[in-house]
Design a protein around this ligand. Structure first.
Ligand code: GLU
Length: 288
């Protein structure tokens, strides 16, 4: 059975791009007689707001979508993320990183070459080679640290990985080879964040038995890293379908700052749910 999910972060109102993502997931499940789930990705405590959770549910109902209850909330999932981190730590794939942002920036500026990943320059690996005694000393002294993924150690352990991208229509089957070093030594947890996005997503997709991850092409790089984490954690492999992005009138991917294309603004402007569904699916965003 096909199981899909829509996984918004409640940090603003949903816009036409979210409507497309929700519809793609919903329709893929419905076409296959499957299940459609909603997951609230509210790990960013500084930005997530209850008001936006309510607005997401309201907007999705207005669009005519229905999903299974209960809705998973990432803020309630810390023990599951902790268990996944422990599994990676047991395989020596995590290390504490004590660098501040300023120290990382300085190190990168000094390096003769600074490899870039999808989110900017990669962490130069400074704390990867810290000796165990120094690590313990700093931890005991209460220095704040993040837990980083040891991509070099992981690349040595991993077989060659691929993922199956079913494309926009959900019908192609393109096998993409995973780039094991794409995100470098990414942060997987911090004191105030029990899990970074990539870790939380793979743990939750597995917990919810998601079989088809549908999301925008902007998250295509993320799929490389998420396949790696799934493999190392022994989690099942879903299929993927990356859809096009809705752009604004100047061709830039919509963001929560494009208030005029929020579902609420469209509704207030007199557009019906059917019109908005059609607009999202055709990605026609000009002249609104
Ligand atoms: N929460 C992510 C976002 O709002 C989506 C995560 C996903 O679909 O994997 O961009």
């Amino acid at each position: 059975m096909i199981v899909t999910r829509f996984a918004p972060s409640p940090t603003g109102y949903l816009h036409l791009g979210h409507a497309l993502a929700a519809l793609v997931a919903h329709d893929a499940a419905q076409a296959g007689g499957g299940r459609f789930l909603l997951r609230i990705e509210d790990l960013d405590v500084a930005r997530a707001r209850e008001e936006f959770v309510r607005a997401i549910e309201e907007d999705l109902h207005w669009l005519g979508l229905a999903w299974e209850q209960p809705v998973m909330r990432q803020s309630a999932r810390s023990p599951a993320y902790r268990a996944a981190l422990d599994r990676l730590a047991a395989r020596e794939l995590l290390y504490p990183c004590f660098c501040t942002r300023a120290e990382i920036a300085l190190e990168i500026a000094r390096a003769s070459e600074a490899p870039h990943g999808p989110d900017g320059p990669l962490y130069p690996g400074t704390c990867r080679s810290l000796n165990p005694r120094e690590r313990e000393r700093r931890m005991a002294a209460g220095h704040p640290y993040a837990l980083r993924f040891d991509s070099v150690a992981a690349a040595r352990l991993l077989p060659e990985l691929t993922f199956c991208d079913k494309g926009e229509s959900g019908e192609e089957t393109r096998m993409t080879r995973v780039d094991p070093l794409l995100f470098g030594d990414a942060v997987l947890a911090r004191k105030e964040t029990p899990a970074a996005y990539h870790l939380a997503v793979v743990v939750d997709d597995a917990e919810q038995n998601v079989t088809l991850v549908t999301r925008g092409q902007d998250l295509l790089p993320a799929t490389h890293f998420q396949r790696i984490l799934q493999t190392l954690l022994g989690l099942p492999e879903p299929h993927y379908a990356h859809h096009h992005l809705v752009t604004n009138a100047v061709g830039v991917k919509l963001s929560k700052r494009d208030g005029a294309l929020s579902l609420r603004a469209l509704r207030a402007g007199g557009h019906s749910a059917v019109e908005v569904r059609d607009l999202a699916l055709q990605s026609y965003s000009q002249g609104l």
